[in-house]
Design a protein around this ligand. Sequence first.
Ligand code: DAH
Length: 341
Amino acid sequence: MLDTLNTIDETARTALSAADSVDAIKAWYNAHLGKASELQGILGSMGTLSKEDRPIVGKNGNRIKRELQAAYDARLVELKQAEMVSKLSAEALDVTLPGRPIKRGRLHVSTQILNEIYAIWADMGFQIYRSRDVETDEYNFQLLNFPVGHPARDMQDTFHTTEKDVILRTHTSPGQVHAMREFYPEPIRVILPGMCYRYEQITSRSEVQFHQVEGLAIGTDLTFANLKGTIADFARRMFGKDVRTRFRASHFPFTEPSAEVDVECFICGGKGCTVCKYAGWLEIMGCGMVHPNVLRNGGYDPEIYTGFAFGMGPERIAMLKYGIKDIRYFWGNDMRFLEQF
Ligand code: DAH
């Protein structure tokens, strides 16, 4: 019996040293130590053995089983280790390779210009007042001194909604009345940025949507001189410290007097170039002293208060600044355009 056990032991050890992978050693385990193995068979049938064989098998069989189990455990660790090492070297990472850059998002060119404009006006004491995109005819026109049927409305073709007199704002000016009604009787220094909408044929110079930045200052002693000085200061901060401004008489229903502001062409310095069409000047905004009717509509008595307002188009400024020839690029979602800023 002892011979049988020793043969089992020897065969198992030879097979174990030949097993050279984790899979092979697991198969070895089933064959030599598993339930169906010869050794387990002998250990499981002790009851049928003769008196002499029983202690021999009990002692040696269990010793062999323990030793084989220990040899198996040790070999398993070895093989697992070896497999890990070969896997690691096969999948070796070259950590000296430069990383692949992650694609980063960027701010839209309009947002960049808006941020520049906000920072300048913030520096000059103007806070941002947000006003709604969906307006009523009353706020968008009537309270701004455009009566129903006024020809100036034709300049701002309007998107109507299915709700009567509810429209998309055609300019940021209706925010003036919202701000006045909220701040009365305090003095006001605000800018009103936002998207505007016009039902216009889309061309290289006009889009159905665009930003405006409106400005409003109300106080008891504001004059046209304050308007001129403030806007000239803005232009110097935005376009260069030596840039000159020019005010041309104009008309808006909600300001009186009204003006359009030109800055000296910041591309050619006023000498004349294709951007300024050899005029030397670029138009950047409309402005004026707030009309008494508008002050009244906002709750401010025009006998006591005066104010000035202005409105500019950041996309227009971006077009001038970067030489963008077509306003449709702004909302065309073409990465080749957007990635340039
Ligand atoms: N709302 C005018 C427009 O869309 C722009 C404008 C002109 C705004 C003069 C003003 C202003 O506040 O004083 O054409």
